[in-house]
Write a protein that binds this ligand. Structure first.
Ligand SMILES: Cc1cc2nc3c(=O)[nH]c(=O)nc-3n(C[C@H](O)[C@H](O)[C@H](O)COP(=O)(O)OP(=O)(O)OC[C@H]3O[C@@H](n4cnc5c(N)ncnc54)[C@H](O)[C@@H]3O)c2cc1C
Length: 384
């Protein structure tokens, strides 16, 4: 099942698996039940270099590449889908800085984010701007030596625990999406309030919240890139975080498949193991094929990026399919476990709840399909 991984990647996979099984698994049910964010685990992931894998060594990373990012995230997602969110919250802002920021901003934030000394988040979504990023209303107005931010963001992972946020806001609304800019905003600080979104379907151990900006002052040096670069930064960054998100979905699908195989070999009905019934075998076969196909799509997209080749289309294909795969696998696992899947005694109900986020975040399933179909139809090429 492993796609010709070299010794370095196999060692990274082993390290991530060991960490997830030994340090995350023992408390995963409790952490989920208590909605407990495990900052200690995130910091350990930082120390292990899990966030620095796509950051050069000069900025505190390990530079092991995008395939390694996919491998690490799958291992974490297999054990706790909530915790894999932390990977995107660190790599998203870190890569935006690497690709677009001034040397000063890189020096101030990059290695600290890569090793999780600073927890970060990225804030795109607003109450009226989800898939339609350019519909955002948050404004950054020039004011003396900097900018003043006003507006609000919602559904922001890490909002209430982050030390720094990559915030997108309009500097020039007349220019539509070319008028959006990106800023590094230190948290907490006067003019910013964070409020938890306490009740959600899944990803319980990953904090989600709202950010309210009320005349929040941001120094001019904290502008990432130039004024008007925000939309480009956002789309470039989503292309990275989609990969990792898809890998989390494959990890979750794998957990569903592994648990289903185990249960089907143990549960006896009508005098034989349910795994011996062809209708159960049908689900197991489909789960396995989809999981493998999703993983291969992700490896291809990641390998392209490691080779310095365009991969937007391949990333959308992989993220879309991985999200569908996780939802399908969780659905099958629930059917295979019957009433026990419906109880909190087994992790299946958690898998089921967590699986749905993959069809929503980092560009919904529909948005990925738009990108794929528009490329196929020749309306807008994804790989330019
Ligand atoms: C757990 C969680 C964590 C999140 N973390 C973050 C975060 O850290 N930072 C952040 O900025 N955001 C975050 N989000 C927000 C997430 O990115 C948005 O939910 C996502 O972009 C979709 O936006 P929406 O929910 O407003 O749905 P909408 O955009 O309102 O979409 C609703 C439905 O309409 C469909 N739709 C929309 N437009 C089209 C179209 N043109 N064609 C066809 N169908 C369409 C969508 O696919 C979807 O099915 C998070 C969300 C969740 C659930």
């Amino acid at each position: 099942m492993d796609f010709d991984l070299n010794d370095e990647l196999l060692a990274i996979q082993e390290a991530a698996r060991k960490f997830a099984e030994k340090e995350v698994a023992p408390t995963v049910d409790e952490d989920d039940r208590e909605h407990r964010f495990r900052k200690d685990l995130v910091q350990k992931m930082g120390e292990l270099g899990f966030f620095g894998c796509i950051i050069p060594e000069e900025y505190g990373g390990t530079n092991t590449g995008f395939v390694s990012l996919v491998i690490i995230t799958e291992e974490i997602g297999r054990i706790h889908s909530s915790l894999r969110v932390a990977i995107n919250m660190q790599i998203g802002p870190a890569r935006a800085l690497l690709d677009f920021a001034s040397e000063d901003l890189k020096q101030r934030y990059l290695s600290k984010i890569a090793n999780a000394e600073l927890l970060s988040c990225f804030a795109i979504t607003e109450p009226d701007a989800g898939s339609d990023v350019a519909a955002m209303r948050t404004r950054a107005t020039r004011d003396g030596a900097g900018y003043v931010l006003n507006g609000s963001k919602t559904w922001i992972s890490n909002a209430q625990v982050a030390d720094v946020a990559l915030v997108y806001a309009y500097t020039d609304p007349e220019k539509k999406h070319r008028g959006i800019s990106a800023f590094m905003v230190d948290l907490p600080q006067p003019g910013v309030t964070a409020k938890a979104i306490a009740d959600k379907l899944g990803a319980n151990a990953s904090p989600t919240g709202e950010l309210f900006f009320d005349n929040c002052k941001v120094p001019r040096e904290n502008l990432v890139g130039n004024e008007g670069d925000g939309f480009k930064i956002c789309m470039t960054d989503l292309n990275y975080t989609r990969l990792s998100c898809g890998a989390g979905a494959v990890g979750l699908a794998r957990a569903c498949r592994e648990a289903s195989v185990q249960y089907a070999n143990q549960r006896v009905q009508f005098g034989q193991k349910i795994g011996e019934y062809q209708m159960i075998q049908d689900m197991i076969a489909q789960m396995l094929v989809q999981e493998d196909a999703a993983r291969l799509l992700l490896y291809r997209a990641a390998a392209l990026k490691d080779q310095g080749r365009p991969n937007n289309l391949e990333t959308s294909m992989a993220k879309y399919y991985a999200g569908e795969t996780a939802a399908f696998a969780a659905d099958c696992a629930l059917k295979i476990y019957g009433a026990w899947g419906y109880s909190k005694e087994y992790p299946i109900e958690r898998y089921f709840r967590d699986s749905r986020s993959y069809q929503i975040v980092e560009g919904s399933a529909n948005i990925q399909k738009l990108i794929i179909a528009q490329d196929a139809l020749g309306y807008r090429k994804a790989n330019r």
